[in-house]
Ligand binder design. Structure first.
Ligand SMILES: [Zn+2]
Length: 218
């Protein structure tokens, strides 16, 4: 696999620290399954994090901080998707193992729902802020112009698209923050299937986007 778009350092650090929402952690695990370059970057980040932890001096906690800590200990632990397996090819054929394990069937057997012309989705219904979905976009179709109120991670599972940032193919990730406005266009005769995880809802900017947003709920 020829991967040319990777995560920002900040995303990989948040992943290593376990602070990403569940869907984003799953998406990072899926890319890591395919991308040796990013696996090495995560290993390096973990090594640096370990050294920093060793250097931290113990501090005394005020009563407020202690109560905060106790409250957090009561919260259920967030389940993080870690790259458990580095085997190529999952049961689902096209899917990276962490995602194949989650959906448990072939990509064509998923309950795809039409969102509008040439766009179908499966909401993975994971916990946490934002949304995690699979999007399947037909050739020649472009997703309306949108910006993000938070961060959006996209992993291309098959097919490809073009946008203001570049061309994205199987294995590539788009790591976008709230500043970025883009309009992906599927540029081959094959459906583009992506895994998309956000930590806040998307904001459509064009007139068409604003009109369709209430219906497609992206
Ligand atoms: Zn990578």
């Amino acid at each position: 696999m020829n991967i040319s778009h990777h995560f920002d350092d900040a995303t990989l650090m948040a992943y290593s620290a376990g602070s990403l929402p569940q869907g984003m952690a799953l998406l990072v695990a899926c890319h890591l399954h395919w991308c040796e370059h990013c696996r090495e970057r995560v290993d390096a980040t973990n090594a640096v994090g370990g050294v920093l932890l060793d250097d931290i001096e113990p501090v005394s906690l005020g009563e407020g901080a202690l109560n905060d800590l106790l409250a957090r200990l009561d919260e259920p632990e967030q389940e993080l998707a870690k790259p458990v397996s580095r085997q190529p090819a999952s049961a689902a054929g096209q899917l990276p193992a962490p995602l194949a394990d989650l959906v448990g069937c072939d990509i064509d057997e998923l309950p795809w729902k039409r969102l509008g012309y040439g766009v179908r989705q499966v909401d993975l219904d994971l916990d946490g802020p934002g949304a995690t979905r699979l999007l399947r976009i037909s050739p020649g179709v472009s997703v309306p112009h949108h910006t993000h109120t938070g961060n959006e991670l996209t992993l291309i599972l098959s097919g490809s698209y073009n946008d203001e940032v570049g061309r994205f193919c199987r294995g590539d990730v788009a790591d976008l923050d709230g500043e970025m406005e883009h309009q992906p266009l599927v540029d081959t005769d094959e459906d583009c299937i992506c895994l998309i995880a956000t930590d806040a809802p998307l904001k459509f900017t064009g007139l068409f986007g604003r009109l369709v947003q209430p219906f497609i709920g992206l």
